[in-house]
Design a protein around this ligand. Structure first.
Ligand SMILES: [Zn+2]
Length: 309
């Protein structure tokens, strides 16, 4: 039987050791790995490779790359929340490179969809700044690589509970990369108002849907089942990239958007429905209750398998 979904994981991503009490812990990936065991026979298992520096430079400034390299070497935090140890450098390069391997598999039509189980996450990292647990912007690097192999118009959909300020910022005046986010407001990092909708060439390609705490399934799901199909139809993307952050879950200790596991499944299903036959690549972002996180990733990957069969 053809395996239509690739799963990308490498234990190097466990080596980004954020310390005992940090919510963005290696335990997150260990739990996902464990929970996904039952699905693995149905997945094409791929190893990410480290992102080449020339691809990082498509998104980040040379100074930023140097700053991260130096912080890892010195084991010095990039900000109060964004911890680095020596091995974080390798983890970050691997996380930013996962999308490249996934995109090559999509382009070669080996699979229709892929899930990158990676850390550190990426969507808060701007061109020249690491923040919010993110060193490099993994999904932005993938978007630029996708364009270089023929997927000219890229849609990035971000259901992490936090606004992906970094991704928005990188593509704000671009026009070839659409960015849509649902997020809690008020919450970190504070950006993502509905009137942040792009500038210049990018005007009308940024879509923000902030929600107050305690919003829940009934509020969130319609953005994906009702708004998203129209937005994608107007834009006409060649590929869909998803910032899959599971801190929107009701069990998450860092946020209060109160979406259930079945709500997450419904959001994923709606995204896959809207993507239709387009290649779709998911990137792990947040999600800090490890049990809820691993169950939600399981539901995501299960939906990805189902929709192709
Ligand atoms: Zn988040």
């Amino acid at each position: 039987m053809k395996k239509n979904v690739a799963y990308l994981y490498d234990p190097v991503c466990l080596e980004h050791d954020t310390g005992l009490w940090h919510p963005e812990s290696p335990e997150r990936l260990r739990a996902i790995e464990q929970t996904l065991t039952r699905l693995k026979p149905r997945l094409m298992l791929l190893s990410p490779s480290r992102v080449p520096e020339k691809l990082l430079l498509q998104v980040h400034t040379p100074k930023h790359i140097e700053t991260v390299r130096f912080a890892c070497e010195m084991e010095r935090p990039l900000d109060a929340d964004t911890i680095c140890v020596r091995r974080s450098w390798d983890s970050a390069l691997m996380a930013a490179g996962a999308g490249i391997v996934g995109l090559d598999a999509l382009k070669a039509e080996q699979v229709d969809r892929a899930f990158c189980a990676i850390r550190p996450p990426g969507h808060h990292a701007t061109r020249n700044q690491s923040m919010g647990f993110c060193l490099f912007n993994n999904i932005a690097v993938a978007a630029r690589y996708a364009q270089s192999i023929g997927y000219e118009k890229v849609a990035i959909i971000d259901f992490d509970v936090h606004h992906g300020n970094g991704t928005q910022d990188i593509f704000y005046d671009d026009g070839s990369v659409l960015y849509l986010s649902t997020h809690q407001h008020p919450a970190y990092p504070g950006t993502g108002a509905p009137d942040e909708c792009g500038r210049g060439e990018g005007k009308g390609t940024i879509f923000n849907f902030p929600f107050p705490p305690s919003s829940g399934d009934a509020e969130l799901i319609p953005v994906y089942s009702e708004n998203l199909p129209h937005i994608l139809a107007d834009f006409g993307p060649d590929i869909i990239l998803v910032s899959a952050g599971y801190d929107l879950h009701e069990a998450d200790p860092l946020a209060q958007l109160e979406v259930s596991t079945e709500g997450v499944r419904a959001i994923v299903r709606a995204i896959l429905d809207a993507a239709d036959a387009l290649p779709t690549l998911f990137f792990l972002e947040g999600g800090y209750d490890v049990k809820a996180l691993s169950e939600c990733v399981y539901a995501t990957v299960e939906e990805m398998i189902k929709q192709g069969s």
